[in-house]
Design a protein around this ligand. Sequence first.
Ligand SMILES: [Zn+2]
Length: 302
Amino acid sequence: MKYMKKKSVLIILGTLFGFNVLAWIGVFQLSRAGLEVTFFDVGQGDAIFIETPLGHQVLIDGGPDVSLLEKLGDEMPFWDRTIDLIILTHPEHDHIAGLIEVLKKYQVENVLWTGVLKDTAEFREWQRLIKEEGAKIYIAQAGQQIVWDATPDCRGSHPRHLNPRHLEILYPFENLENQSVKNTNNTSIISRLVYGENSFLLTGDAYKSVERELLGLAEQLDSDVLKVGHHGSKTSSAEEFIKEVSPEIAIISAGQDNSYGHPHQEVLETLEKYGITILRTDKDGDIKIISDGEDYVSNIQN
Ligand SMILES: [Zn+2]
């Protein structure tokens, strides 16, 4: 690995209005061979860490406890105390708790979440911490794009010709800020990470009803890797949705011997029916996928 001095830009675009919401310059970045996406084994919960070739770091959800910090410590150099963007898909314990620990320990530059309310002590702590952090806060809505490494003058080992490279927000369709809902699973931010020819669909804990609402997006759903909804619960993974996404790899983030019985046999059967390779954090541990924009490899060989 070598360190290179580069200018790079990561931009969150609000396509509805057609202007840049955010642009920032990072000058000293770690050069990588490709895009790395790690699905951490954080027990019963989700925590997904994305590192771009020029070293931008995005963390989607934080799992249920402090164990995330150790995972991040293994992935990030010891001197790196900043994370460019954290995304909270929805404020349930198994997604928010680890992010609270991250806010305490790291400097977080940007936060993207739905703004949905929840009446718990840890939710109030989340609200307090993101305010104190001084991070820029964005309310998620379909149509937004987060674009990285977008500078025209960067020279390095990453494949410059590849386009697109972004994270697009597919759901929620509307701004949910300050709304109270009984069960926030179905308000989950659903996003699609695109790097050249490779794509990852990340669905939080959204249920089948939302998956069916997304079917109209057709080829925008088509992805190589699917983070299976709601830890493999049968509340998610409608067959027509799985068919439309048609992933090669399905990743299930669930705790070993969890009390919910995740993943559900019905979901496993649906995935098997379409010949999809299933990787599970409860069996495989941390799952890392590295893409060079044309092809990808996984650390788990099944
Ligand atoms: Zn969950």
